[in-house]
Design a protein around this ligand. Sequence first.
Ligand SMILES: Nc1ncnc2c1ncn2[C@@H]1O[C@H](COP(=O)(O)OP(=O)(O)OP(=O)(O)O)[C@@H](O)[C@H]1O
Length: 251
Amino acid sequence: MTIIENIQKKLILKIKDLRKSFGDNHVLNGFNLELFEGENLVIMGKSGSGKSVMIKCLVGLMEPDSGSIHVMGKNLLNLNQLELDALRTNIGFLFQGSALYDSMTVRENLEFPLRRHKNKFGNLKDTTPLVEETLNSVGLLKAIDLMPSQLSGGMKRRIALARTLILKPKIILYDEPTSGLDPITSKEIIELMRHVQKQYKTSSLIITHDVDCARVISERMILLVDGINYAEGSFKELEASEDDKIRAFFK
Ligand SMILES: Nc1ncnc2c1ncn2[C@@H]1O[C@H](COP(=O)(O)OP(=O)(O)OP(=O)(O)O)[C@@H](O)[C@H]1O
């Protein structure tokens, strides 16, 4: 994406100068991020580089030492619990091994977030059309009455994505979306992420180690090294870099 295209696009998430230390362990040292509407942004960082700390700050599970996080123009760090909950319905999360509720059917798993966030859709009397539409968009309407134990790993990941999508979030945060999947299922999940992004017009922040995933899905990438944005650019630009620290990501 060029700078001019970025200016024309709406900024949906902005993290500015985020800092977090644990004693002498300075994990985030002024991390910055801008995510634009409809964009797929990939963040890569080696193990222990602070990706989870950054996500926890973003979802309000951890307080940064300093910096700001604006979601759709609102500073997350200034909101009260009620405002935070309302804003959170605009952020969908798909965490590593996003667990489904084992004792509930697929339908009930999808109904669960609807009940928790009643305010978003008013009082939905019949949730079936929304549940069916969402399952359809991940290609698993046929699984509606199955229990999680009857699903394969790839199907579980699809249903977890459906459970996230049902609240129609503006941003989806994917944490290692392909971890633990075989290469073919990984490809299917990446395709699905592209498909739902077009259908739901979401912006995606994707944290991954998976170079193939980054290659296919990223429009822009940030490489997180020593708690800062060490490099930013398209996959092609970064892959062609001669900087050793950047090259290490693509080996
Ligand atoms: N609650 C905490 N208390 C103290 N140190 C912490 C805490 N959470 C994270 N850290 C430290 O912050 C650093 C970054 O951890 P983090 O979990 O963010 O890494 P990561 O990039 O997500 O790694 P991985 O890819 O392995 O999941 C590590 O040194 C970790 O020990």
